[in-house]
Design a binder for this molecule. Structure first.
Ligand code: ADP
Ligand code: MG
Length: 456
């Protein structure tokens, strides 16, 4: 909404223009307008001129827009497209009517359902609690109320909440569900309470109706209201009203309630009074399963190359599933647009900022193989004790590279070079080090070899 975000959006467009074929850019992006950015849900709202453009953008360009926006603006994980008339309708509604937002369902990403949620050890309990709450939304079980889900960034909190929302809307169409980020809630409250005179009463009543006249309330990222005294107070009253009439409440946060020190104690204790579920970071296998599932959902055929890339991403990106998906999207988008097949070498270059080369630890065999190939000799020559310089020099280079690139000790390196003594390895390393500082050519060879080794 701010000028700066809009400016950043222009930078995103410029990037897309460089990245896409002119025909495509001109056809779909030249009339695409920025509407707003919502920080809490990390969503970008854009206005497409006509239905056809909107459909194309949604189907073909969604991921690339997210990925490019992320590069420029950071923190963009959703993009929603609207037509000018949809926005207008909404603007009109704004004046004194009940709805401030773009369609409530629109706020819940349609992809975030139980079906698309991969269950692992890290999220088994939150998942089953969420499902239970969704199934029992008609008459909530007091011991599951409120449901409080917490966990680090990108671990699936919003996904689970939206899954609950979609489930309830599908199975209990009569129930009124409201999902908001705490920022939206705050904005609603602030704009209602800032109105003046008789309008204020009207706006406050509309605000209360919106949040109290419902069956299920979900507030995402509740930690953002910390220290906002008046919003906290309002959440407290909203909570009480709903809770007392037996309605389901669901919250998420990056921390458990006891650590939300900027909330008032009354609200803190209410948030702790139901069921608390924490999502842990996924292990490697779960990360792989999540990405494989995503490939299926995105209709990307599984190939050996894609498999490799999935393992690479799962290995390199420690916990954040959103970052993993972002990396995955970038690789896929690059492949789609360049026509190159998806594989590890390509992924490493596309993801150079995420996967630093230094991360890749080669084996001594990989080192020996690359050096042997470079000097067109055999690996067995490198391992042998042949004294001719044709063999001894590459051998010393390979030892040096092992010392630099693997975490092995001199002794272990010696062992992998035909059981040599560690002092021999040390001698080789010192020699190459000396050469490297005086001989530009050696330095170049070493850099080249390091690259080859890392990319093999
Ligand atoms: P949070 O709200 O905890 O920051 P999100 O719910 O936004 O995280 O999840 C980030 C991304 O990772 C989303 O695209 C979501 O679909 C995906 N994701 C996270 N966990 C899972 C999971 N277990 N299965 C499938 N997708 C997941
Ligand atoms: Mg979230």
């Amino acid at each position: 909404m701010t000028v700066t975000t809009e400016k950043k959006w222009h930078a995103v467009l410029a990037n897309l223009k460089d990245f896409l074929e002119d025909v495509n850019y001109n056809a779909w992006f030249s009339d695409l307008k920025f509407y707003k950015y919502d920080k809490a849900s990390e969503s970008l709202y854009l206005i497409a001129p006509i239905e056809l453009t909107k459909a194309q953008l949604e189907n073909r360009y969604r991921d690339i827009i997210i990925s490019k926006s992320n590069e420029v603006m950071g923190n963009v994980r959703n993009v929603f497209f609207f037509l000018p008339e949809e926005i207008e309708k909404n603007g009109k509604k704004h004046k004194g009517s009940r709805d401030f937002d773009i369609s409530e369902e629109g706020l819940m990403n349609p992809r975030y359902t139980f079906d698309t949620f991969v269950v692992g050890e890290n999220n088994r309990f939150p998942y089953s609690y969420a499902l239970y709450v969704a199934e029992n939304a008609e008459s909530p079980n007091p011991s599951y109320n409120p449901l409080f889900i917490y966990g680090g960034a990108g671990l699936g909190k919003t996904h689970l909440m939206c899954a609950i929302g979609h489930y309830i809307i599908d199975h209990y169409p009569d129930l009124r569900v409201r999902y908001v980020s705490s920022e939206m809630y705050t904005n609603d409250y602030v704009s209602a309470s800032m109105a003046s005179g008789s309008e204020r009463t009207e706006h406050m009543n509309a605000f209360k109706a919106k949040y109290r006249n419902i069956d299920v309330l979900m507030i995402d990222d509740i930690q953002f209201i910390e220290s906002k005294t008046r919003t906290i107070e309002e959440v407290f009253w909203t909570y009480n009203t709903l809770y007392e009439s037996g309605k389901q409440l669901i919250f998420s946060s990056d921390r458990p309630p006891k650590d939300l020190l900027g909330l008032d104690e009354r609200l803190q204790s209410r948030l702790s009074s139901g069921l608390i579920a924490d999502i842990q970071p996924p292990v490697f296998e779960t990360k792989v399963a999540i990405l494989k599932n995503k490939a299926i959902l995105d209709n990307i055929p599984m190939t050996d190359g894609l498999n490799e890339v999935i393992s690479l991403i799962a290995e390199k990106i420690k916990t954040n599933v959103r970052e993993m998906e972002g990396a995955f999207n970038r690789v896929v988008a690059y492949s789609t647009l360049s026509g190159l097949p998806i594989n590890k070498v390509m992924a490493r270059s596309v993801l150079h900022d995420v996967i630093t080369q230094q991360d890749i630890v080669p084996t001594p065999d990989a080192v020996k193989k690359s050096v042997a190939a470079y000097y067109t000799i055999k690996v067995s020559d490198i391992e042998s004790s042949k004294k001719a310089r044709t063999f001894s020099f590459p051998r010393q280079l390979a030892m040096y590279l092992c010392k630099e690139m693997t975490n092995l000790s001199l002794k272990e390196i010696g062992n992998s070079f035909g059981g040599r003594d560690h002092t021999t390895v040390l001698y080789a390393c010192e020699k190459i080090n000396g050469l490297k500082t005086n001989d530009g050519n050696i330095k170049k060879i070493l850099t080249e070899l390091e690259n080859v080794i890392r990319n093999n």
